[in-house]
Design a protein around this ligand. Structure first.
Ligand SMILES: [Zn+2]
Length: 238
């Protein structure tokens, strides 16, 4: 297949499937297209990009640009592999790598906007006042240092899932119920976790993810029971 037709197929997959499924905003689309151009279209999977380059690519301030990169990471389009003085090392994914990881409800959602109301009744996808999926609500919690410190302290500075010790700059907040499933940016739905678990869990329900860690011998049976108990306690917290 020629490079031209490969690029055309990729473009159509992004336009026809990925953007509707993830409801990518204009900024997110521009950044994603740029990253595809610099990686997958030239046979690479990763690139290193500095904060300044993030701003240049998006035409935004460095702070705002980073927020959009983080949103793309939350939507599974990219993954932060490493952070260093020279910038962030990113892995960039193709629509065919991203879409199979999405919950079935989200994919059905993009297939027919007329089915949104019935989908919302059958699944926990919240709708906004305009009847559109409230899939990516944004709050200040992710960048509120006091809030993040409280969650980290509550979770004893350990990954909520695998229980590894969390170190400065090597952890993140994870939604127990993913935002795309109607989860909120509240303390009872956010846990501290390692970057690896955050990526691996993706849209998997938290209990299922914990069981997968037990199957991989990362959690012992007794540790699994205690984590499932912690999960139930979190859900019943005010
Ligand atoms: Zn972990």
């Amino acid at each position: 297949m020629s490079a031209h037709s490969t690029a055309a197929r990729l473009w159509m997959a992004v336009e026809d499937r990925l953007i509707p499924a993830l409801r990518l905003t204009t900024h997110e689309r521009a950044i994603y297209y740029h990253l595809l151009r610099r990686t997958r279209l030239v046979g690479r999977r990763m690139l290193r990009i500095s904060r300044r380059q993030m701003a240049c690519v998006s035409g935004l301030s460095t702070y705002t640009a980073r927020q959009y990169f983080r949103l793309l990471a939350r939507k599974q389009c990219i993954r932060f592999v490493d952070r260093g003085a020279a910038g962030c090392l990113l892995s960039v994914f193709l629509p065919d790598e991203i879409l199979p990881r999405l919950p079935a409800g989200i994919l059905a959602d993009s297939a027919s906007s007329g089915q949104l109301a019935s989908l919302a009744r059958r699944s926990p996808i919240a709708l906004d006042a305009a009847g559109q999926p409230r899939a990516w609500p944004r709050t200040d919690h992710f960048r509120n240092e006091n809030f993040r410190a409280r969650i980290l302290h509550r979770d004893c500075h350990r990954c909520f899932y695998c229980r590894r010790a969390l170190h400065l700059g090597k952890w993140t907040l994870d939604h127990v119920v993913p935002i795309v499933r109607g989860g909120l940016d509240t303390a009872s739905n956010l846990v501290a976790c390692c970057v690896h678990c955050n990526w691996e869990k993706s849209f998997t329900p938290a209990a299922e993810f914990l069981k997968s860690l037990a199957r991989k011998k990362i959690l012992t049976p007794s540790r699994l029971r205690s984590r499932l108990h912690a999960l139930r306690s979190l859900a019943s917290a005010p």
